[in-house]
Design a protein around this ligand. Structure first.
Ligand code: PMP
Ligand code: PLP
Length: 485
């Protein structure tokens, strides 16, 4: 964190797990500090010689901002080249001889600089000693974060319905998720406060939670987005109970234009990067005066999931623990990924071009969301299915009124789970796959669903196919609930 005059982050000494406390600096990586000594000949680290890397150069063709369409890229895209010895030949700040070799546990200095600047532009954390470290995506960031902060037997708070992989990452570590009630804006601050205030360690057989895992924008699976006031309220509750926050934000830049309904003109796109940045809801990191947030960013949804590059931002103390873990695990994201991203984001697009790319993505997702919502308006029986137009992300969360199921007036109504089963199978029968709400419960046992949900994504299929899929889902629902509806 380059800015001065800001407070230092709170220390988390009592929160760090036995596992994380036990991590010593890597003996080999620690020696890297001597490499700065002029004239030093290193026979120390087992770094293979770049001569023996059978890759002479790589090129990548990318669109030139602001012409991002596939067609424009074909016609006027730019070809970026990376050679093995660009740095010593004075042709750049990063090359294949560096990227293809062993690197730092925090990621290459070159890409770290870019994501740090980007984080400063977007979040400008209000404490002094914040840092970024590269990860191999948020799946891995979360796994490492859990292992820094939690012991077996701990509970982590999360949204009542949450990202299934997050729960499945925690479970084998002996960590259980505990859902906090949600509304249209996601996690409810008062419910979190209540849960923590009334925590009964002996009844729960677990100490009071110390961590909140939250997906503030376009939450997976509900599509809910916490507004600014909600985020501030949750942060306050976190301060009151000294909760550390994992801010998992893969969809932060998939915040869309406001939804105006099926027949109204769209809201004009942001005209400048400044206008775009202003339209984004403030991040937890941007309000984190205490240094109690680890923000997890990922290139998965904004560049491509296969890059396997993301980064975390947190206080120096926590980043140091994270990097120690990297050193004995993933080490860092693939050098090939890192140099590709560096070439595109830093050398070619720059921050200006990258923000333009993100605006383009915002408009793409807005268009897709509007298509799925139009299809829902047309094809779904509204007395059974309801939904909130998502403001971010790639998911539409549909609530089905289970009390309209034909078994309801009888003395033996089906359970929500049974109706879910019926609708799911009928959907597959009609040729559409949707995700069942019950796959996403924070708790994997003892959770009693009160409502019936399905999740559909508007990211995957073409607009035509998406519309057809919703029509099929509508038919399946009508089939299950009976034609009277
Ligand atoms: N195992 C041994 C015995 C090694 O010497 C090394 C590299 N020095 C590794 C594993 C690490 O390999 P990788 O780069 O595939 O993580
Ligand atoms: N976090 C959430 C909430 C997600 O929905 C996803 C992807 O589906 C991820 C993390 C995974 O991100 P990554 O590809 O960076 O591991």
């Amino acid at each position: 964190g380059p800015s001065s005059g800001k407070p230092k982050a709170k220390r988390w000494d009592n929160y760090i797990s036995l596992e994380s406390r036990s991590r010593q600096p890597s003996s080999l990586k620690g020696a890297a500090k001597y490499l700065g000594q002029p004239g030093l000949i290193s026979l120390g680290g087992g770094l293979p010689c770049a001569e023996n890397f059978p890759i002479e150069e790589i090129t990548v063709k990318v669109p030139a901002p602001p012409h991002f369409s596939e067609q424009a890229c074909k016609e006027s895209g730019v070809v970026l080249r990376s050679g093995k010895y660009d740095v010593s030949e004075g042709k750049g700040a990063y090359d294949l001889s560096i990227a293809l070799n062993y690197g730092l546990g925090s990621g290459s200095a070159q890409l770290i600089r870019f994501v740090t600047e980007h984080t400063e532009i977007v979040c400008n954390p209000p404490y002094e000693d914040w840092h970024c470290a590269l990860s191999v995506g948020s799946t891995s960031s979360l796994e490492q974060a859990l292992r820094i902060f939690c012991e077996r037997g701990d509970y982590v708070l999360s949204e009542e319905y949450t990202f299934a992989s997050a729960v499945e990452t925690a479970l084998p570590l002996g960590i259980k998720f505990l859902g906090v009630k949600m509304d249209a804006e996601g996690l409810i601050a008062e419910s979190m406060d209540e849960l923590l205030t009334n925590w009964d360690a002996s009844a729960r057989e677990a100490r009071k939670p110390r961590v909140l895992y939250t997906v503030p924008s376009g939450q997976n699976p509900t599509g809910a987005t916490q507004g600014t006031i909600r985020r501030q309220a949750i942060y306050k509750v976190a301060q009151k109970h000294d909760i550390y926050i994992f801010e998992d934000e893969p969809y932060y830049f998939l915040q869309m234009q406001p939804y105006t309904g099926p027949n109204s003109p769209p809201v004009p796109a942001p005209k400048t990067n400044e206008e775009f940045l202003k339209a984004l809801i403030p991040t937890y990191l941007s309000m984190d005066t205490d240094g109690r947030v680890m923000r997890m960013d990922s290139f998965s949804k904004v560049i491509a999931p296969g890059t396997r590059v993301g980064w975390v931002t947190a206080s120096e103390q926590i980043i140091e623990r994270f990097v120690r873990h990297n050193e004995c695990g993933v080490q860092n994201p693939s050098g090939i990924s890192q140099i590709l991203l560096y070439k595109i984001l830093d050398e070619s697009w720059g921050h200006d071009g990258y923000l333009k790319w993100l605006i383009n993505l915002r408009l793409e997702y807005t268009r897709r969301r509007d298509v799925i919502l139009a299809a829902c308006e047309t094809f779904l029986p509204k007395n059974i299915v309801s939904w909130n137009p998502p403001m971010a992300g790639m998911f539409l969360w549909m609530t089905l009124d289970h009390t309209r199921h034909p078994s309801y007036p009888t003395s033996t109504p089906l359970s929500i789970k049974e109706i879910e089963d019926e609708v799911f199978l009928a959907s597959v029968g009609h040729g559409v796959l949707v995700s069942r709400g019950s796959w996403f419960t924070a708790e994997r046992s003892g959770f009693e669903a009160k409502e019936l949900f399905f999740r559909a994504t508007f990211a995957a299929a073409t607009e035509e196919k998406m519309t057809e899929a919703i029509e099929r889902f509508g038919s399946a629902v009508r089939g299950v609930f009976g034609t009277a509806n």
